[in-house]
Design a protein around this ligand. Structure first.
Ligand code: SF4
Ligand code: SF4
Length: 74
């Protein structure tokens, strides 16, 4: 897992409200001594909920999910 594709948390903007920790559907985010961090990177499903709900706009998801239709060979 490359960390640069994970949600990036700007601790200078974060006010430690804990919303991202409580609402991550896979419990990938934990609150540490300095603020939230991605504790279980393999559990992140790239849903972007944390980015959408952060009231301080402190989380940026540096990826874009693109759906492509695949040809099925028979
Ligand atoms: S939701 Fe945003 S402001 Fe709240 S703890 Fe998470 S990163 Fe910080
Ligand atoms: S993108 Fe989704 S699964 Fe990943 S840390 Fe954020 S809320 Fe959790």
């Amino acid at each position: 897992m490359n960390d640069w594709v994970l949600p990036q948390i700007d601790l200078d903007r974060c006010d430690r409200c804990g919303l991202c920790v409580h609402h991550c559907p896979t419990q990938a985010v934990e609150m540490g001594g300095r603020g939230p961090f991605i504790a279980r990177s393999l559990d992140c499903t790239y849903c972007t909920d944390c980015e959408a709900m952060c009231p301080q706009v402190a989380i940026i998801c540096p990826f874009e999910i693109v759906w492509v239709e695949r040809e099925v060979s028979r």
